[in-house]
Ligand binder design. Structure first.
Ligand SMILES: Nc1ncnc2c1ncn2[C@@H]1O[C@H](COP(=O)(O)OP(=O)(O)O)[C@@H](O)[C@H]1O
Ligand SMILES: [Mg+2]
Length: 280
């Protein structure tokens, strides 16, 4: 593998080389996710000011409806910027982004719950903003909290909940927006490893039960290998997508599985090359 991954072509070549070392349950099948597109990104570029360096360069990407995509890269490579552009919170400098279903729900590292409202009321507020009638809000909020295994804590306020529980409430609140696309920016980065593992299992289950399209940003290789059906590796300065891995749904995806560890090693090697290339 070369250390100078600078073009899509060399990324494809690297991807082809990497294929040959893949085990059966983890394969790079371009057609592994079928169906209509949920998000289309074409020739996307981003600079924050005309004189500032390019943060994102020539991003071309189609994400299918129902797909779980992890966007992986070093700190500062532009992951949040890309997610914010998909969310409509930032504008692209060049190129286009289309979210077929209209708009997306977003979840961040900080749960940003209202501290004076109970877990249930925090979720009810999102339902209210969506226009759900008052008489249905409480029962729908409870259903959503149940979906994230938090029904028992519905009446607790955020300060009475652990960090993991607060992120479950934040997830329930994102689901309350009832958008087909859920954008997640390092939502579990502040949690301890065991809580994070638990939430990975929960998120995978919620994704399967709710058929959402999820774009999950992380700088954690294992997290990306654990969760993604597809893992996209970004370079830094400028941020480009330099490689991708498709992970077979039948693979044993638990964090401690040999498959996830092996794939994690492979991705880590490439991420290291990217970081070294930038440091040079
Ligand atoms: N609002 C902003 N104005 C100017 N520069 C920004 C802004 N947001 C991010 N950047 C710069 O863009 C680059 C990518 O940032 P970001 O998308 O937050 O990276 P990541 O999420 O991968 O850590 C960084 O160099 C950062 O300093
Ligand atoms: Mg970020």
């Amino acid at each position: 593998m070369t250390a100078d991954i600078t073009t899509a072509d060399s990324a494809r070549a690297d991807s082809a080389r990497a294929d040959s070392v893949r085990a059966d349950s983890v394969s790079a099948r371009a057609d592994s996710v079928k169906g209509p597109a949920a998000i289309r990104i074409e020739s996307l570029g981003k600079r924050f000011t005309p004189a500032a360096p390019l943060v994102l360069d020539d991003i071309n990407l189609t994400i299918r409806a129902g797909e779980f995509v992890c966007l992986l890269g070093a700190s500062g490579c532009g992951k949040s910027t890309l997610l914010d552009i998909i969310a409509g919170l930032e504008r692209p400098t060049t190129g286009t982004v289309t979210v077929e279903s209209g708009s997306a729900a977003v979840m961040f590292q900080e749960s940003a719950l209202f501290p004076w409202l109970s877990a249930s009321r925090n979720v009810e507020l999102a339902l209210k903003l969506r226009g759900v009638p008052r008489e249905r809000r409480q029962s729908e909020a409870l259903e959503l909290l149940d979906l994230v295994n938090l029904a028992d804590a519905a009446q607790k306020r955020p300060h009475e909940l652990s960090g993991g529980m607060r992120q479950r409430v934040a997830l329930a609140r994102s689901l309350a927006q009832d958008r087909k696309v859920l954008l997640m920016d390092e939502p579990f980065a502040a949690l301890d490893a065991i809580t994070r593992d638990l939430l990975h299992d929960e998120l995978e289950r919620v994704w399967r039960e709710t058929s959402r399209t999820i774009v999950f940003v992380t700088h954690n290789v294992r997290e990306a290998a654990r969760l993604g059906q597809r893992v996209l590796l970004m370079s830094s300065r400028p941020g480009r997508i330099v490689n991708e891995w498709h992970i077979d749904d039948r693979a044993d995806r638990r964090s401690e599985s040999a498959e996830v560890a092996r794939l994690g090693d492979e991705i880590t090697n490439q991420l290291r090359q990217e970081i070294r290339r930038n440091a040079a």
